[in-house]
Design a protein around this ligand. Structure first.
Ligand code: DON
Length: 614
């Protein structure tokens, strides 16, 4: 075990103290380990889908600042391993950069930040400093923190932004200046760095700056995204210059690409921090690019942007404590699904059995129906997340699932009135990071500020631009997720950290799993199935992320099944009433784990990432 810069705390402090501290900082009730929110009164029938709220108002707990851990905390016993940790990311080079940071004495957060900046350069179609995300961090004492650096709607946004009279102008929320929400990426990564990192900002940004400045060969994923979006890229001269040949054809895998303007912006951030992005010349250039082409993003919006520390959601599942992001992420939706399947012996049913897949699909429909009805920015709408993620609600939903048939769509829930990149890191201090970040669809709004080299997000499309009108991922929503000034659009991003028990002083580390993914709504179903693979089916990281998956988002009423789910099983699922379609992409998940005394990491082969153990 190497000794690094960070402080190791005395093991003599004793387990009892740690238990008290852990219970306090986690909000874990001593009596049964549930977060205090789970004890709030649950009013009304869980299965009431009449339209009236079955839930009582919840007292603010899900959008408070994460409770600060004491300044000195005892740590669990360091690992007896020659390895420093594992990093899984959507580009092998980005994972290597994270691994190198661990090797040089950085912790999981240092590695996550360097990996995030690097992957945003290597896969600029998936993420970037023009976007935003969520980061879940477990520190060495076991305290879990949830950082929300989701983009927010500009101050001039309003609920009818994408409506003209009776017409919904969906395209405006997907491409071009009006699609752009205030980016949160730099502010978020800085907030994480200031709170947890050991290495300097300059050290963490250096690999990304070098990639952007010196260039790198286009990877398989980026090449596919360029080819698939060549038409749209062609209509933006700045993007065309970077990603297309002079004749308009797509640059191919292996061809070199450089981002000098972005390198200069990243260098400015390395020197000046978040202010170098949110104020001054960069902010003015970004606002000018958006505003000057018909958008509403202003320099003031950028200056006012703040990331938010939130209280993580937590459930117990088969001896694991599972933590995830609260709204405006979809972590609660995953926990709801987990609570539905918790009452069955999934391993006994079998990972590819119709019985298991049917149960899973039904649980997904329940979760997505509740997502459409209830979920949005908690600063603007009351999300009854404690109730939706309660064991009682999960049991009630499970009780009405018919073993042999689906229910009519309206029985899963009612929608109101009518209606990314992920990286995972675990380290030998017992720290873990699950970080998902996005510019929404490939190359975001297809709008790049030439001066700063920043590709801007199209996150406004994650709002429900009108009740019942599906967004680009077919997701619907209503009032809870309507457009409003300063509001954060609901996200499907679902970073998850699970551990087998709370770390105790002097004891070996618990098993730790960090999971999450990209792929719009597929993130929720893919992360859930990866977690079930790791916990219920005993798979290692590679097998868990690679196993064939299903997806059912309730609306539209379709069950996607990968070709790896054999035809006989698909036929049996169809017999039960599922409208089964073979799906060609099931999201991409990255998992990093510490189990049985060793680190393991895997990136989803569906998106060609990479993982390292260092
Ligand atoms: O936050 C969300 O839900 C979307 N912006 C995620 C988009 C996504 O995952 C695209 N896929 N790689």
């Amino acid at each position: 075990m190497r000794v690094r810069g960070g402080v190791r705390f005395s093991r003599a402090l004793g387990g009892a103290l740690l238990l008290v501290v852990a219970a306090f900082v986690l909000g874990v009730g001593a009596e049964d380990g549930k977060p205090e929110s789970a004890h709030r009164p649950y009013a009304g029938a869980a299965l009431d889908t009449s339209g009236a709220s079955p839930f009582v108002r919840r007292g603010g707990g899900d959008h408070g600042r994460a409770r600060r851990a004491p300044a000195t905390r005892p740590s669990p016993a360091p690992l007896a391993t020659e390895h420093h940790g594992a990093v899984a990311a959507e580009h092998p080079r980005a994972a290597e950069i994270g691994g190198e940071i661990l090797r040089r004495g950085g912790n999981a957060v240092d590695a996550a930040i360097a990996t995030a900046y690097a992957v945003c350069v290597l896969n600029p179609s998936s993420c970037g400093i023009g976007g935003g995300g969520f980061m879940l961090v477990q520190d060495a004492s076991g305290t879990v923190y949830a950082l929300d650096y989701r983009e927010s709607a500009p101050a001039l946004a309003h609920r009818d932004l994408f409506r003209r009279d009776e017409t919904v102008l969906a395209e405006l929320s997907r491409r071009g200046p009006l699609a752009v929400a205030v980016p949160g990426e730099v502010a978020g990564l800085e907030a994480a760095r200031i709170r947890f990192a050991r290495l300097s900002r300059a050290e963490l940004l250096a690999p990304a700056i070098a990639l952007a400045r010196d260039g790198f060969p286009i990877g398989a994923h980026l090449a596919a995204e360029i080819a698939g979006n060549a038409g749209a890229l062609g209509s933006s001269p700045a993007l065309a210059h970077l990603f297309l040949h002079e004749d308009g054809s797509a640059r191919r895998e292996g061809e070199p690409v450089q981002f000098p303007a972005l390198a200069a912006t990243l260098e400015a951030v390395a020197t000046g921090g978040a202010d170098a992005f949110y104020r001054g010349a960069t902010a003015a250039a970004i606002a000018h690019s958006v505003d000057g082409s018909g958008g509403i993003l202003t320099a003031d919006d950028l200056a006012r942007y703040r990331p938010q520390w939130r209280t993580p959601l937590h459930v117990r599942y088969r001896g694991f404590e599972v933590f995830t992001m609260p709204p405006p992420s979809s972590g609660g939706v995953l926990l709801e699904m987990l609570n539905v399947v918790a009452h069955d012996d999934l391993a006994a049913l079998g990972a590819r059995s119709p019985a298991y897949l049917h149960l899973l699909a039904e649980a997904m429909k329940d979760g997505f129906a509740d997502r459409a009805r209830w979920y949005g920015d908690p600063a603007f709408t009351t999300v009854p997340v404690a109730q939706l993620t309660s064991d009682a609600y999960g049991r009630a939903l499970r009780a009405r699932i018919r073993p042999d048939a689906v229910l009519p769509p309206s029985r899963y829930g009612t929608s109101p009135d009518s209606g990314t990149t992920h990286l995972s890191v675990v380290d030998d201090d017992g720290m873990a990071v699950a970080c998902t970040t996005t510019i929404n669809t490939a190359f975001g709004a297809m709008l790049m500020d030439e001066e700063s080299g920043v590709v801007l997000n199209n996150e406004m499309d994650d709002f429900a631009i009108a009740p019942g009108v599906p967004n680009t991922f077919g997701l619907i929503g209503g009032e809870a997720n309507a457009v409003a000034a300063g509001k954060r659009p609901l996200s499907s991003m679902t970073p998850v950290i699970a551990r087998s028990h709370t770390p105790h002083v002097g004891e070996p580390l618990p098993e730790i799993l960090a999971v999450g993914g990209s792929g719009g709504p597929l993130i929720i179903s893919a992360s859930l199935q990866t977690l079930l693979g790791l916990i219920d089916f005993g798979l290692d990281a590679r097998a868990a992320v690679s196993a064939p998956r299903i997806h059912d988002q309730w609306e539209p009423p379709r069950l996607g099944a990968e070709a790896g789910i054999d035809e006989a099983t698909r036929t049996e699922l169809a017999r039960r009433g599922h409208d089964v379609r073979v799906m060609t992409f099931a999201g991409a998940v990255e998992a990093a784990t510490y189990r049985d005394g060793r680190f393991d990491g895997a990136a989803d082969p569906r998106k060609g990432g990479g993982a390292v153990t260092r």
